[in-house]
Design a protein around this ligand. Structure first.
Ligand code: AMP
Ligand code: FE
Ligand code: FE
Ligand code: ZN
Length: 275
């Protein structure tokens, strides 16, 4: 039987995943995936490295990114695919996102210090390396320094949306993200709408130019997958899918687990060609 599955949502340690681009490519080959998209938060460094490594190997690497936006006070993640990731305007924009992530990381560490948690920014930076800094790096630092016993405890006690050391990311408009992805030839897809929990935003995002919705996702059960496929059918959008694998941080390696059909990648290409 020919391989048909793909995974259009994978993180590397260029953002808050824990696998290097090389480890991700190896895992994808191991799972016999036909294509993967590296969709790191606000950076394409991991994709570039993985695409180099995958050259000549039996797998397709799709350019991707997951842009951190906000709408009506909610975190909204916009996935970009097949965009010209070398475009200078785009490079400048995501660099700004990353700089803001670092400033926000410092603000969260300051809040932790105010709470009596003696965590230093050096520890967090050592864990994040050159990556786009995120709460998972701070959670890992809290775990390493034994301020918490588990990764989840770090979110429950300190870093979760309603926890005392949480600092929101700087406001970046969904419309801006969609526009820039279109300008550089890519598509814009709403990531994991099930975790966003505001389907009523979707018509507004469509007016802004949204191309698709991520139907398959590790946090969507079968009912939700079907629900989002139906929504895309109703609105003439494409649907995509992926595991949102961040590496085996919680013991489970998700890459390839969603059995996303290759047709999802073809529908992205068709959408771009039809413009
Ligand atoms: P950030 O982009 O810095 O706000 O971090 C968001 C990332 O943190 C998500 O992509 C998840 O990987 C992780 N995350 C967010 N909330 C939780 C939670 N409650 N438990 C575990 N991981 C979480
Ligand atoms: Fe993440
Ligand atoms: Fe996300
Ligand atoms: Zn993600």
């Amino acid at each position: 039987m020919t391989r048909q599955y793909i995974d259009l949502h994978v993180h590397t340690n260029a953002s808050d995943g824990i696998m290097s681009p090389a480890q991700v490519v190896e895992a994808a080959l191991d799972k016999k995936l036909r294509a993967i998209a590296i969709t790191d938060h606000d950076t394409t460094d991991g994709f570039v490295e993985a695409a180099d490594l995958a050259g000549g190997k039996d797998i397709e690497l799709v350019a991707g990114v997951e842009l951190s936006c906000s709408y009506m006070g909610n975190d909204v993640h916009i996935l970009g695919y097949l965009m010209d990731y070398r475009n200078p305007e785009f490079v400048k924009t995501i660099r700004k996102f990353r700089e803001e992530r670092y400033v926000r990381g410092k603000a969260m560490v300051a809040k932790l210090n105010d709470l009596g948690i003696n965590l230093s920014m050096e520890t967090v930076s050592a864990i994040a390396g050159n990556a786009a800094m995120g709460r998972p790096h701070i959670a890992d630092a809290l775990l390493r320094e034994e301020f918490v016993q588990t990764y989840d405890e770090a979110f429950a006690r300190y870093l979760g949306y309603h926890a005392p050391a949480y600092v929101p990311k700087k406001h970046f408009e969904v419309e801006h993200a969609i526009n820039i992805l279109h300008l550089i030839g890519g598509v814009a897809v709403l990531a994991h709408p099930g975790t966003l929990g505001h389907d009523e935003y979707i018509p507004t995002f469509i007016e802004m130019g949204l191309d698709g919705v991520e139907a398959y996702h590790a946090l969507h059960d079968k009912k939700l997958v079907d629900h989002y496929k139906l929504i895309t059918k109703k609105h003439g959008l494409i649907y995509t899918g992926g595991s949102d694998c961040h590496g085996p941080r919680k013991g489970k390696l998700l890459i390839g687990s969603m059995h996303v059909p290759y047709e999802c990648l073809e529908s992205i290409r068709k959408r771009i060609e039809a413009r």
